[in-house]
Design a protein around this ligand. Structure first.
Ligand code: 173
Length: 475
């Protein structure tokens, strides 16, 4: 058993110990490999970091620390001798009561504004940020405006059904909630809070491997909510998979998701390494300086890390969490382990869409990861148009999803008109969660689908829908 007074002495970058779940860990070698930056750990040095850790990770995630990090249990009688964590630099956030009433959110942009004032600066920076100078994200947002509708009139659109199906599961909306990691940073209720909104609204959702809670905990919250809504909600949950480098761990994770009851895998293929997140890097450098750490003082190479080119601050993934070695051949054993439908998440050209078809995938998600991965990557719309030109058969054989920059029902409609099965919506839901919790998830669904529901617009858009299915134009 380790003594709290001894742990408290290890509070520097030369020797940094923390307590998580009553055990003491030496995280010195991990300081400069933590994706959130060394300052996060140094603030907790010599103290009990359990509460901070649990905000973003399941407690069993502590096993991902380098081998030998665990020094043993803390003597509980000595816990009072531990340091107190150093507070984060001041966070000027607006309290929930001061935010606009959710009914005032009539566009997804309204949620974005609310989230910006509700979120601590560090988390706002993380979710709103993108790769390099932001051109991939900008392209996602701008490209939908390059498509114009060509309305047909005098068609009977008295009855409108905007439903469809995703991997065989009926959906009343032509969109679903995209996978997003570490929701505990965004709302204290984390993923279960999102799932509550998803189930109440009857949406489908994709749960991230990088979630704050375990796949089982999230599924438990789904079942709890299902038992509370009167008629069973049509919602189903799918699992976004980041393939760990270690195959045994990968198979165990896939089987865990299967046993928990997820209905399909969204295998991320656009993230062999984490993108260069400029805003995060700047912020981490600021935070590090506030703890007396300069870029020059940090090791050039993370010890034993796979990614020796990782910058000292930011833009780093947890070693082993994202395999940079995955190839098309690996789909075979992934499929054997999963025994269910697989969607490749992050297809960015027609050739790869075709390869996905040839490898027997059930679906593809055209996505550049919300503009967070490759700089100047094509938007989903551009990839969709490329597929229509060079291999339109893909649209008949596979389910084809798109995500990135769709901020309104009109954008969704354009995607569907051009042949997409459904659309993933990410940041708008995260912003809605940040400001209003599960109520925000529900309200954001309304603000997204209202474009498809209101009378006059409906006349125009749905006739366009019938027309565009066969004849599309880029104006
Ligand atoms: O875009 C992201 O930030 C993302 O996909 C991710 C990856 C690893 C951990 C958390 C989020």
């Amino acid at each position: 058993m380790l003594d709290g007074a001894e742990v408290a002495k290890h509070a520097t970058r030369e020797s940094c110990w923390i307590v998580i779940d009553s055990k003491v860990y030496d995280v010195t070698s991990f300081l400069f490999r933590h994706p959130g930056g060394a300052a996060i750990l140094l603030r907790q040095a010599g103290s009990d970091a359990t509460a901070e850790f649990a905000k973003v990770h399941p407690l069993d995630y502590v096993q991902e620390l380098p081998e030998g990090s665990c020094l043993g249990p803390l003597d509980p009688k000595t816990a009072t001798s531990l340091n107190s964590p150093k507070p984060q630099p001041s966070r000027e956030v607006v309290s929930t009561e001061e935010l606009p009433h959710p009914s005032l959110c009539v566009t997804t942009g309204d949620f974005e504004a609310a989230a910006k004032s509700a979120l601590p600066h560090r988390f706002w920076t993380y979710v709103s940020g993108s790769a390099n100078s932001g051109l991939s994200l900008k392209g996602n947002l701008d490209d939908w405006a390059r498509i114009r509708f060509r309305p047909r009139v005098l068609r009977n659109v008295g009855t409108v059904d905007m439903g469809g199906s995703i991997l065989g599961h009926k959906t009343q909306f032509p969109f679903y909630v995209s996978a997003m990691g570490t929701m505990g940073n965004i709302h204290p209720g984390a993923e279960p809070e999102t799932v509550r909104g998803i189930v109440r609204k009857g949406l489908h959702g994709v749960i991230s491997t990088a979630s704050t809670k375990t796949p089982d905990e999230i599924m438990d919250s789904y079942r709890r909510e299902q038992s509370q809504v009167g008629d069973a909600s049509p919602s189903v949950l799918f699992f976004q998979l980041y393939l760990p480098t270690d195959r045994e761990k990968a198979v165990a994770l896939i089987k865990r998701a299967k046993a928990a009851g997820y209905q399909g895998i969204w295998l991320t293929v656009d993230t062999p390494l984490l993108g260069k997140r400029t805003a995060d890097r700047r912020l981490q450098a600021i935070e590090a300086l506030s703890m007396g750490l300069e870029q020059e003082q940090t090791p050039n190479r993370p010890i034993g890390g796979e990614n020796s080119l990782a910058p000292a601050f930011g833009g780093r993934d947890v070693p082993g969490q994202l395999s940079p070695h995955t190839t098309w051949e690996d789909l075979k054993w992934i499929r054997d382990a999963w025994q269910g439908p697989i969607v490749l998440k992050g297809i960015q050209c027609a050739d790869d869409a075709k390869l996905a078809m040839e490898h027997g995938c059930e679906g593809i998600l055209l996505s550049n990861h919300g503009g967070r991965q490759l700089h100047t990557a094509p938007s989903a719309l551009m990839t969709l148009l490329e597929i229509r030109t060079y291999c339109p058969e893909v649209l008949d054989k596979l389910e084809v999803y798109v995500d990135g920059g769709l901020r309104d029902g009109a954008d969704v409609l354009k995607a569907i008109c051009l042949g997409a099965t459904a659309v993933g919506v990410g940041r708008p839901y995260l912003y809605a969660l940040a400001a209003y919790g599960s109520r925000g998830i529900e309200r954001c669904t309304d603000s997204k689908s209202s474009m498809l529901r209101f009378g006059v617009l409906r006349v125009t858009l749905l006739t366009t829908f019938k027309y565009c299915r066969k004849n599309w134009r880029l104006l």
